[in-house]
Design a protein around this ligand. Structure first.
Ligand code: HEC
Length: 120
């Protein structure tokens, strides 16, 4: 009786384990993924000397949502202050942003692009 119970328990664990495996994998990779997003699109509290944090917050929210509909979140530091206005103009149209949303995104990326990366 006891051996049947333990066998069933083992089988249950195996089935459970297989079903939970993707979850464990996800948990293992999540911190790395967070660091990647944090480096690509630094969160607003890490932007030092920011005057209008609510505008920056609004811009970041759009940047990590509407600007990731077609591709992954782009590293803000990858493009210069001279390049960003044209990119936001072009991409803002594709993301169907209003002029004020484009303004928020541009303000955010220009402030975020100089934030130093966090270590993994
Ligand atoms: C409708 C799909 C779509 C949306 C929405 C979108 N993009 Fe893009 N993005 C693309 C494609 C496709 C490319 C590849 C290059 C190209 O076609 O110009 C690209 C390229 C880029 C590049 C690289 C440009 C370069 O010259 O190397 C950046 C930066 C970028 N997108 C930022 C953004 C931002 C910021 C937003 C939000 C305002 C956004 N994207 C929204 C489709 C999109």
């Amino acid at each position: 009786m006891k051996s049947i119970a333990s066998k069933e328990f083992r089988l249950w664990c195996e089935r459970r384990g297989r079903r939970l495996a993707p979850l464990f994998l996800l948990l293992a990779f999540m911190p790395a993924a967070c660091v990647n997003v944090e480096n690509a699109a630094p969160s607003v509290p890490r932007i030092t000397g920011a005057a209008n944090t609510s505008l920056l917050q609004h811009g970041r929210e759009i940047y990590v949502s509407k600007c990731t509909e077609c591709h992954s979140v782009r590293r803000t530091s990858k493009y210069s202050a001279a390049e960003w206005p044209n990119i936001v103009d072009d991409m803002g149209e594709r993301a169907k942003l209003s002029p004020s949303e484009e303004h928020a995104v541009l303000t955010y990326v220009l402030a975020a692009r100089t934030v130093p990366p966090v270590k993994k």
